[in-house]
Structures are given as structure tokens and as C-alpha cells.
Design a protein around this ligand. Structure first.
Ligand SMILES: C=C(OP(=O)(O)O)C(=O)O
Ligand SMILES: [Mg+2]
Length: 401
């Protein structure tokens, strides 16, 4: 019943209007579909999204080797993912493409879940899959995701109540409130949205942080919900020649650590992602010593969902939270290993969308299945609300409503 009968790959649009890959897997009585997202501020150590020659080349490469998968049991995820590694034959998916690998890997798992009549999160996590990660939503930003915005890539709202529904709505209200503040401040300028549908405005980083911190406080007070501000610096994007290049200043690595520490302490920032360059494990460790007791220090580009790199972080005490992006590593098995390894070593986890997205909701299900603490998947926007609304549905299901 769970044996794979067919696999279909196609090119579809992502939220930036670029091509991405969607995969359908059929068993005798089940079906699963998954699509890959696309990063823009990608980590140097991520697997290759596509082989040289692009998406078409990767699809062709898979089709020539698809017979290996026909007849395999879709419930044997480790075997499926081992086969993906085997047909690729490299350690960075540079022949098949990590995006094609992850879409196949997830579509197989979804087909298995569907064949067994289970919701995806329950198939993956079993009876104890009952906690919804807290949503962390991008409300104002810049970096590589927006021309003319802040240097810091993302300024986010983290609603922390026990209700996923209230949290999702609270983050959307913070987004709205930030928009109102920007319109008041820039009455004669058109204000836009970046790749993740966060606002973009011509402000320096501190001005923008102040707008977000105020919006978070006001919405929190109005609705009686605990909401905290968070930042994703994506610092590798503006680290050049040993220095951090902001719009209005250039900082040495030591000054960057002081700057992040000051911001966290002065503005009550509860989570900082990629505050330093992706190779600076020692800097991450120093910053974690200084602020790790009051804030989540998250590694994205530095860890790239890769157990080998997370292990270096654990050994050095770098960061206290791991960002989980399935397409950074290319298979569901490797993603789950990264989550488990992080948790076993006392790190928190945050599963994440990419700046280029589809309406695929797999990250929500993985987050619920494995007790991931946070999920970063925007505050508004079609491809973002696809995931946020899925959280609301799963919460209802878990409560038996
Ligand atoms: C979501 C992010 O951006 P991208 O997908 O462009 O890497 C991020 O840096 O956390
Ligand atoms: Mg990031």
C-alpha cells in the first residue's frame, strides 16, 4: 500500500516569480506533493540548490535515475533519503540539486502519511506531536530581501501566548501597526514590501528597530499578549574585508559584538539571528556568553542545518538556537537529525521559510512533529499565510475543535 508507484516533477513559480520544483509521489492508495523554496541570503555551506545547468538539468538527472525509487517503501524515509544521496554521489547535492532532493524527500513522506490516512505532522511525530511552534514574523527589513531598506535583513515580531491563532494574528497586527507608523512618518513617500512581505522604508537600522519595538509594545498592550521583538541580521550579507558595512557606519567584529549586545539590552530584543559572519564561531561564542542568558542567539548561515557545523557550535558554545531550513541540507532525514542533535545538546530550534517561497506547508508539520520551539514564516503574504493558516488548522485539530 505504501510502495512508490510514480514520481512526477514539474517546474512551478515561487513567490519571487522564479521557477522552483514541485514533486508528486504516488503510492497504490496515497499521494504526496511538496515544493522547494529558494533562499537569497544563502549560507556559503548550504548544499547546492541546483546543479550547473539549473533546474531543468536537475529534473532530467533525476528522471534518468527515477527507477531506483519505484517500488521502494515510502514509509522507509531513511532508505529513500540514502538513495537520494546515492544517486547524487556528492556531499553537497551538486549533481541532483538540494532543492530537487528536498522536494522529493518531503513528497515521499507526505505520500506515506496520506497512504496511512494520517495528518503529516502526526505521521512524522506520532502521539506526542502536539505543540505548535511560536510564530516569528518579519515586519520590517531590508538586506538582500529589499532594495533601499535597512542593513539588518529582518525585524520580527514574536508573539508568545499559548494560542497559535492569537500569536499569528498578533504578529499580523504588529505588521499593520508598523505600516501605520511608516505612513505617518513618510506621508509623501511610497512604502513597499520586501521578498517576505515585510515593510521597506528608507530608515537607518536603529530608527527602524525603534518603530518595531514600539509597534510590538503597543499591540502587546492593546491585546494583552506577550510579544517580543527579534532581529535577523543576516550579517554575512554585509560582512566584507573583515568589517560589517552598515548604511551609515562600518564596524569591526569586536564593535559588531558590542553593537549587538547594546541593542539586545537597550531594546529588549529577545532573539538575534546571524548577528555575525557565517565563519565566526568564536565571535558567536563570545556574544552568546554575553547575551545568551537573556536572548536566543540563532545560527542560520553558520550552521546551515548541518550536524557537522552545529557540532562545532556546540563544542565552542556558539549560539544557543539553531535555525532549521530543510532545503539547506536537502533531505528530511538530515533535517530531523539536525533538530534532534540541536535539542540533545541543549539548543533551541527555529524552523524557517526561505525568502522565495511556495504555498507548501511542510515546515509547519515538521515543527509540530519534532517539538520545534519557533517557526519563522513571515507575518502576512500568500505564501506565508499558507503556513500560518495551517498552524491555525492544526491547533484546532489538536484541540479537537
Ligand atoms: C529566510 C532567510 O533568508 P533567505 O531565505 O534569503 O536565506 C534568512 O536569512 O533567514
Ligand atoms: Mg537568516
Amino acid at each position: 500500500m505504501t510502495l512508490i508507484e510514480d514520481i512526477v516533477l514539474r517546474k512551478i513559480l515561487d513567490s519571487r516569480g522564479n521557477p522552483t520544483v514541485e514533486v508528486e509521489v504516488y503510492t497504490l492508495n496515497g499521494y504526496g506533493r511538496a515544493a522547494a523554496p529558494a533562499g537569497k541570503s544563502t549560507g556559503k555551506h548550504e548544499v547546492k540548490a541546483y546543479p550547473v545547468g539549473g533546474i531543468d538539468k536537475g529534473i532530467e538527472y533525476f528522471k534518468e535515475r527515477m527507477d531506483n525509487f519505484i517500488g521502494m517503501d515510502s514509509t522507509q524515509q531513511e532508505d529513500i533519503d540514502a538513495m537520494l544521496h546515492e544517486i547524487d554521489g556528492t556531499d553537497d547535492f551538486s549533481m541532483l540539486g538540494g532543492n530537487i532532493a528536498i522536494a522529493i524527500s518531503l513528497a515521499v513522506a507526505k505520500a506515506a502519511a496520506n497512504s496511512m490516512g494520517l495528518p503529516f505532522y502526526q505521521y512524522l511525530g506520532g502521539a506526542f506531536a502536539n505543540r505548535i511552534p511560536k510564530p516569528v514574523g518579519n515586519v520590517l527589513g531590508g538586506g538582500k530581501h529589499a532594495v533601499g531598506g535597512t542593513t539588518i535583513q529582518e525585524m520580527l515580531s514574536m508573539a508568545l501566548s499559548d494560542s497559535a491563532k492569537d500569536n499569528v494574528f498578533a504578529n499580523a497586527l504588529v505588521h499593520k501597526k508598523v505600516g501605520e507608523k511608516l505612513r505617518e512618518r513618510f506621508p509623501n513617500i511610497s512604502i513597499g514590501l520586501g521578498d517576505e512581505k515585510a515593510w521597506i522604508a528608507p530608515m537607518d537600522d536603529i530608527e527602524a528597530i525603534e518603530v518595531v519595538v514600539d509597534a510590538v509594545r503597543e499591540v502587546g498592550e492593546e491585546y494583552g499578549i506577550e510579544i517580543k521583538p527579534a532581529l535577523d541580521f543576516a550579517a554575512s550579507s554585509f560582512y566584507k574585508d573583515g568589517k560589517y558595512h552598515y548604511k551609515n557606519k562600518i564596524l569591526t567584529p569586536e564593535e559588531q559584538i558590542d553593537f549587538v549586545e547594546d541593542i539586545v539590552k537597550n531594546y529588549g530584543i529577545y532573539l538575534v539571528e546571524d548577528p555575525l559572519d557565517e565563519e565566526d564561531f568564536d565571535g558567536f561564542a563570545e556574544l552568546t556568553r554575553r547575551i545568551g542568558h537573556i536572548a536566543y542567539v540563532v545560527g542560520d548561515d553558520i550552521f546551515v542545518t548541518n550536524v557537522e557545523r552545529i557540532k562545532i557550535g556546540v563544542d565552542k558554545g556558539a549560539a544557543n538556537t539553531v535555525l532549521i531550513k530543510p532545503n539547506q541540507i536537502g533531505t528530511l532525514t538530515d533535517t530531523i537529525r539536525a533538530i534532534r542533535f540541536s535539542k540533545d545538546n541543549g539548543y533551541a530550534t527555529m524552523i524557517s521559510h526561505r525568502s522565495g517561497e511556495t504555498c507548501d506547508t511542510s515546515i509547519v508539520h515538521i515543527g509540530v512533529a519534532f517539538g520545534v520551539e519557533f517557526i519563522k514564516t513571515g507575518a502576512i503574504g500568500g505564501e506565508r499565510i499558507a503556513k500560518l493558516n495551517e498552524m491555525i488548522r492544526i491547533e484546532e485539530e489538536l484541540k479537537g475543535e
